[in-house]
Design a protein around this ligand. Structure first.
Ligand SMILES: Cc1ncc(COP(=O)(O)O)c(C=O)c1O
Length: 349
């Protein structure tokens, strides 16, 4: 039976398929036997390349998905009585079914953050109960790069957060499910981003992989418990070579960066095409692969008859349009033509 693909989705970079080079790498790894649980040459190659790219003194661990990466990464930094400061919009707060709270037993101390970005001032606003045994003690600050709202922290902003956390005895975890998009936007290396975190994830899945993320532990002093926690959190894949093969393909000739640059460029193309359209307001700076726009409920409903995308906030009538490594210019142009036709005539807000 063949299952037919639909027209290009603007719903998520997760809706895209697997990059052909990644698929080839998986197929090539499918030859003969290999020792399980990561003791194979593919894993050695992928993790050592990632370690070098991030300039990490510690270690790199491959995991199955982004939520698992977040739980593992936060878990290895947190003491049992400690809490996590994060933006209200953080994926760990909004979209992971309370995994961090449920599995780690931690508390998320959330802060409303314009554009999805924390600042030292916003972090400081949650340090009130420090030293008081009646309050959960902040131990980790979680930043997302690029953010859930399609924005990117500049290196200077990350540096300020890093300094503030160092001065205040806080560790930094970076959710890098879309780290590639941030590196592409900022024109910086992975190492320049990684140096601002104690532990970070580096996402493959949204960047053309079939399903793999890396946890990068920057200092060897933090690595001791990771193998055990990864197993306990059910993130240790037995046939690890197939996870590793995906990263090998993404790292070859900087495919990860080219994919991210392309996805970002398609979001920029979409944004440019929206300029001047009546009743469409782009609500956050477009710095990665997501465009958030406000338009009337009637226009949203009309567009959703033909196109796949998420309504981000029902109340404010904001939608999220995402591009991916495989979004074509013609996909964007076709989508723009529909948006233009919808807001210029047809349904009235
Ligand atoms: C910023 C961010 N972090 C983590 C995740 C979780 O990834 P997964 O769905 O693979 O668990 C996502 C998924 O959309 C995400 O957007």
């Amino acid at each position: 039976m063949t299952v037919a693909a639909t027209r290009k989705s603007f719903g998520s970079d997760n809706h895209s398929g697997t990059h052909p080079a990644v698929m080839r790498a998986i197929v090539e790894a499918n030859s003969g036997d290999a020792v399980a649980y990561g003791a194979d040459p593919w894993t050695e190659r992928a993790t050592s390349e990632l370690r070098r790219l991030a300039d990490a003194e510690g270690e790199v661990y491959l995991v199955l998905n982004g939520s698992g990466a977040n739980v593992l990464g936060l878990g290895l930094l947190l003491a049992r009585h400690e809490a996590v400061i994060c933006a209200e919009s953080a994926h760990i707060n909004t979209d992971e079914c309370g995994a961090a709270e449920r599995i780690l037993g931690t508390k998320l101390l959330t802060v409303p953050a314009p554009d999805g970005k924390l600042t030292p001032e916003l972090i400081a606003s949650r340090l009130g109960g420090r030293g008081d045994e009646h309050f959960a003690q902040p131990g980790v600050v979680a930043v997302t790069q690029s953010t859930e709202l399609g924005t990117c922290y500049s290196l200077a902003e990350l540096s300020k957060i890093r300094d503030f956390c160092n001065d205040n005895g806080l560790r930094v975890f970076m959710d890098g499910a879309r780290l590639a998009n941030a590196a592409a936007y900022l024109g910086c290396t992975l190492a320049e981003l990684a140096e601002h975190a104690d532990v970070l994830s580096f996402g493959g899945t949204k960047n053309g992989a079939m399903g793999v993320e890396a946890i990068i532990v920057m200092r060897s002093a933090d690595t001791a418990s990771v193998p055990y926690l990864r197993k306990q959190h059910m993130q240790l894949s037995s046939k690890m070579r197939f996870l590793a093969a995906q990263f090998i393909a993404l790292l070859e000739d900087d495919l990860w960066l080219r994919n991210a640059r392309h996805a970002n460029a398609m979001a920029t193309r979409l944004t440019s095409g929206l300029a001047g359209l009546p009743d469409v307001e782009v609500v956050y700076p477009v710095e990665a692969d997501a465009v958030f726009a406000r338009l009337s409920r009637a226009h949203i409903a009309e567009l959703q008859r033909e196109w796949t995308f998420h309504v981000w906030d029902e109340e404010t009538s904001v939608v999220r349009w995402m591009t991916a490594f495989d979004t074509r210019e013609s996909d964007v142009d076709e989508f723009l033509a529909s948006i233009t036709a919808t807001v210029s005539g047809g349904a009235r807000g």
